[in-house]
Ligand binder design. Structure first.
Ligand SMILES: Nc1nc2c(ncn2[C@@H]2O[C@H](COP(=O)(O)OP(=O)(O)OP(=O)(O)O)[C@@H](O)[C@H]2O)c(=O)[nH]1
Length: 368
């Protein structure tokens, strides 16, 4: 049995964590609190960390003892410098909360790259965890909608770089911009994206702790995640009875299955494909053909098969990337945003526009 730590930082991280708990407890919020029986055999400890009390209160499937409030106004207002200081001041408390949960085989830290709390807490938290423990830690990082504004874009660029420098064992990317194809209003898009991420992480956890016909284990996952440029994404597809397994694998690797925009055949570096379902669906020939197709373009592909009686097939693909064109696009937009913010600041200090307006009444008194 694996011991797994999942930490959700900031609003986005908290919500994805809540989606994981929802899925793990079978979606029964009322009962989950009382009968804390997870569906999965791994021991999964979840911790939500936030400066905003309201974000923590909003969680419906995460136990109160798993919600850690770090008092600082109602959040850090997308300011990563403030966030880093708040983390530093509260570091001992946060690390103690984690230490109390015991030791782990693997950890995940979930966050958005672009807000204040999650994006500034995650890099130093991972750094601290890496100093204190020797289990691998993976960051699951949500990139912003590109139209969310200059501050979010610049945060995303610096946050990702900070996470990469933190000693993290790999970064799994999910991109709101790419996933907004799901459609609907913002709240339902968030919920669907969070459910997508939760489902993939829980499948992975389940797979790493399962008896497989063809085995992939934590060691293989670590090898995949250490490939490429330290960046990865996850694809998933749940097929119905009539779908041939080769189409299910193709769909998991296609834009509709992935969390981040990439052509896996061009940008992939290493991969792990895990297929789960009743053995009547699992044609070894079809699986081998698809896996060979992928390995001929990306290099090494680990393959795992979990036989589950009566279940329709599901496919999970973890892919590390050698290059990520979409990330380069994001950085070029972020660089424009940083320049825009800087120019605005210079203009304000040079012109002192508002001060100039006020100075016109210097020395005057109202006359009634
Ligand atoms: N996928 C997804 N993205 C979210 C969700 N909530 C917020 N975001 C995205 O996260 C970014 C904002 O970060 P938050 O996580 O809200 O910020 P925070 O870490 O709580 O930081 P502060 O509120 O500034 O203290 C934006 O890019 C949002 O689009 C969510 O539930 N799901």
């Amino acid at each position: 049995m694996l011991n797994i730590l999942v930490i959700g930082n900031g609003q986005c991280g908290n919500r994805i964590l809540d989606a994981i708990n929802k899925e793990a407890f079978g979606g029964k919020s009322k009962f989950a609190k009382f009968y804390s029986q997870q569906k999965y055999k791994s021991n999964v400890e979840t911790i939500a960390i936030n400066t905003a009390m309201n974000d923590l209160k909003e969680m419906r499937f995460t136990k109160a003892k798993d919600r850690v409030h770090i008092p600082h106004l109602h959040g850090v207002g997308a300011n990563r410098n403030v966030g880093k200081n708040v983390f530093e001041e509260n570091k001992a408390n946060i690390m103690r909360q984690i230490e109390e949960r015991g030791n782990f085989d693997i950890g995940f830290v979930l966050t958005s790259a672009s807000g204040g709390t999650g994006s500034s807490f995650t890099p130093p938290l991972i750094e601290e965890l890496k100093k204190s423990y020797d289990f691998p830690i993976y960051a699951v990082v949500v990139l912003p909608f590109r139209e969310e504004g200059t501050l979010y874009l610049q945060n995303a660029a610096f946050c990702l770089k900070d996470i990469r420098d933190s000693g993290v064992d790999g970064i799994i990317l999910a991109d709101n911009q790419f996933l907004k194809q799901i459609g609907g209003d913002v709240q339902s898009a968030y919920n669907s994206i969070n459910d997508m991420i939760a489902k993939r992480i829980l499948f992975l956890i389940d797979a790493l702790d399962s008896e497989m016909m063809m085995v992939t284990d934590l060691g293989d996952f670590k090898t995949v995640m250490s490939g490429g440029a330290g960046l990865a994404t996850i694809g998933f597809y749940e097929a119905d009875k009539g779908t041939p397994i080769k189409s299910a694998i193709q769909k998991a690797l296609s834009p509709s299955g992935l969390l981040f925009s990439t052509d896996v055949y061009k940008e992939g570096s290493r991969a792990m494909i895990i297929i789960k379902g009743d053995k009547s669906y699992l044609s070894i020939d079809e699986i081998s053909t698809e896996v060979e197709k992928l390995s001929s373009s990306v290099g090494h592909v680990f393959k795992g098969i979990i036989v589950r009686k009566g279940e329709t097939p599901q496919v999970l693909a973890v892919l590390t990337l050698e290059v990520a064109e979409e990330l380069e696009n994001l950085y070029s937009v972020a660089v424009d945003a940083i320049h825009q913010e800087r120019e605005k600041k210079t203009r304000i200090t040079e012109q002192k526009g508002v001060d100039r307006a006020f100075s016109q009444i210097d020395g005057l008194e109202p006359d009634y």
